[in-house]
Every structure is written in structure tokens, then in C-alpha cells.
Design a protein around this ligand. Structure first.
Ligand code: IPD
Ligand code: CA
Length: 272
């Protein structure tokens, strides 16, 4: 049998190096370049779904940097980057996840960059400059936080579980999400709402949360963080049997993941 690698298969070490450097540069721009009088540049799905000039500048930096090194790759970015490319590699980018935190000067925001090959995430980097932390993962290659292997927690009962979630920007959706949370609060150790889905997923992988769930994420919110959580030993998914998607994202260690997924499914956490 031939062991010649498929010439189309990308070099994951190179993709990782590029993702790390792009995330580092964008993180530094956001941390050091935040204007004291930062305001809202535009709104998207609702008046509270905001974009700042810095979201746009960070996405431009990332796509220019990657595009120079890998001109044949495609892009999907929260601030509009969208191209197919010809290499089979697509970069899925949230230049600033946690924009509302960033706008208010709260530290929980991140840069999220994943490289997918024909739709499968091969590499994921989440950069959290105000924590001084970089979360990186390669498919089948494990997860590292600042170069140190990351591992999710072992499963606990609901009553011992610290669970994070988030809310969408549309008020009907938020009302439905609040109903689900109302049922969950008495069951769990506690609930968190940190404001950056990429950091929530990284925190599951680092063992700083037992679990995370949310409805309504976009691919750029979850691509890098979900790979990190999986490579750190967690399971990710949507409704039972379905992959994580905009409908529902659940991330938790095996043993907690399954009952949590069932519970969320039964509570209708996947619809408005
Ligand atoms: C949001 C954050 C937030 C989550 C929202 C996302 P953005 O991303 O990840 O934690 O609850 O669903 O849209 O708008 O700050 O990039
Ligand atoms: Ca986001």
C-alpha cells in the first residue's frame, strides 16, 4: 500500500502557525488599539447586535494576513469575509467574539480562527488577550492552553455542574432562552453568562466549566472553540444525534454530555 500523502491534504502544522500568528496580531490590535471613546459603528440582526470599528479592523487584518500566505483558501468571517477559494481550506473567523464585553471594557472577549478542510475543522485557535491566554487545537493532536495540555473535567451530577450559556440578540429568542434557564438554575450548581462563546467552549476544554450550551450560534462563534473542547476530551453536539449547529450547541465531558443533551432537548432549548 502506498503511504504517499494526498497532495491536496493541507499541512496542519502550517495552518496552525498561521492561525496562531493571525490571532496574536488581531488580539494585540484589539487590546492595544481600543479607542477610549469606542462607539457602535453599525447594528446587525437587532439594535443590540452591535459592530465596532475594531471588529472590522481585526477581520481585515486577519484576512489580509492569511490571504497573503494562502491565496487559494476561502473565508467565512463574521464581518462579511466570504469566499470559496480553490484549495478546499476555508478559514472561519470571528475577529472579536464578545463584542458587547469589548464595547463596555469588560475583559471576556476573544479572537477565534479555525481552518476547515472540506468542512471539517482541522485547526482552531482562540486568543484571549485580557487573560493572556491562547487556546489551540489540531484535529487528533490534542488541545493546549499557553502550550500546556488542556483537559476537560470529569462528569458530575447536574447538582454539581457549573454550566455556562448565552443569549441571542433577538428578544423573542431571549425570552425562550430565559424560560429554559429558569428551569435549569435550580438543577445546577450555578449558571454563568460570560459573553464570548469561543471562551465558553475553551473554558469547558480547560476544566473551568463543567458544560456549556447555547442556541443560535454562528459557525464563526463555535468552529475553533468546539475543536478545542473536543481535543481536550469533551463531547460536542446539538440535538441528540446531531452535530453542534445554530440550532443548539452542547459541550460537556462524556457522562455529563448525554444527560444534559437529553434535558436540553426535552426543554426545547433548540427552538424559540
Ligand atoms: C456573541 C457571543 C456571545 C453569544 C452570542 C454571540 P459576538 O458573539 O459569543 O457569548 O451569547 O450568541 O453572538 O456577537 O460577540 O461576536
Ligand atoms: Ca461571535
Amino acid at each position: 500500500m502506498s503511504t504517499t500523502p494526498d497532495p491536496q491534504t493541507p499541512d496542519t502544522a502550517q495552518l496552525l502557525e498561521i492561525a496562531l500568528e493571525a490571532a496574536r496580531r488581531a488580539g494585540a490590535l484589539l487590546r492595544d488599539g481600543r479607542p477610549a471613546d469606542l462607539g457602535v459603528a453599525a447594528t446587525k440582526s437587532s439594535p443590540i447586535d452591535v459592530v465596532t470599528e475594531m471588529d472590522i479592523a481585526a477581520e481585515k487584518l486577519i484576512t489580509s494576513y492569511i490571504g497573503r500566505l494562502r491565496p487559494d483558501d476561502g473565508f467565512l468571517g463574521e464581518e462579511g469575509a466570504s469566499s470559496d477559494g480553490t484549495s478546499g481550506v476555508r478559514w472561519v473567523i470571528d475577529p472579536l467574539d464578545g463584542t458587547v464585553n469589548y464595547l463596555y471594557g469588560l475583559p471576556s472577549w476573544s479572537v477565534s480562527i479555525a481552518a476547515e478542510f472540506h468542512g471539517t475543522a482541522l485547526v482552531g485557535v482562540v486568543e484571549a488577550p485580557m487573560r493572556g491566554e491562547t487556546y489551540q487545537a489540531v484535529l487528533g493532536g490534542g488541545a493546549l492552553v499557553n502550550g500546556v495540555p488542556a483537559h476537560c473535567r470529569t462528569a458530575v451530577e447536574f447538582s454539581q455542574a457549573l454550566v455556562s450559556t448565552g443569549f441571542g440578540y433577538l428578544s423573542e429568542r431571549r425570552a425562550a432562552q430565559a424560560e429554559v434557564v429558569r428551569t435549569l438554575v435550580p438543577k445546577f450548581r450555578d449558571i454563568r453568562r460570560a459573553g464570548s462563546a469561543a471562551i465558553d467552549l475553551a473554558d469547558v476544554g480547560c476544566g473551568r466549566l463543567d458544560a456549556y450550551y447555547e442556541r443560535g450560534l454562528n459557525p464563526w462563534d463555535l468552529a475553533a472553540g468546539a475543536l478545542f473542547a473536543r481535543e481536550a476530551g469533551a463531547l460536542t453536539g446539538g440535538r441528540p444525534g446531531a452535530p453542534a449547529s445554530g440550532e443548539l450547541v452542547v459541550a460537556a465531558p462524556p457522562g455529563l454530555f448525554e444527560p444534559l443533551q437529553e434535558l436540553l432537548d426535552g426543554l426545547g432549548a433548540w427552538h424559540d
